[in-house]
Design a protein around this ligand. Sequence first.
Ligand SMILES: [Ca+2]
Length: 148
Amino acid sequence: MGWKGKYWYQNHYTGHAGYDNTGVAPSFEGRSKRLQFYNDWYFKRLTSGFPWNRFSAEWTGELLINHPGDYRFYTASDDGSKLTIDNSLVVDNWGLHGRRYRYGTISLNQGWHPIKAEFFENGGAASMRAKYRGPDTNNRWRYVQPYA
Ligand SMILES: [Ca+2]
């Protein structure tokens, strides 16, 4: 269970557009059970040498839905993040900002759904969390825990 994570260490600061990782090999790869990065230290402890600033990440997995229905998702991130499910953008929290919550709702059928989270950190504090609620969680907020 968990997310398959890819991380890119960047060598320059960026603007609202974030970083483009197209065709660039990740600097580090590792799995995380949850996207539960409350602050810089949660990223730093992924591996030695992980940067304080100027990095980006992409996490992927397959989310199993047992009870179909409307599911609400959020990311809380500093700086930008996005959450994509079944190739649909569900949460758009992109851009440069301090910790900010953005929400989105999607109707999901029973079965497996590809899920992807993207993130970038420019400077200052860094954080990233992703939760959801719906029929499978008794409508309580839970960390998204896909399989990867
Ligand atoms: Ca920041």
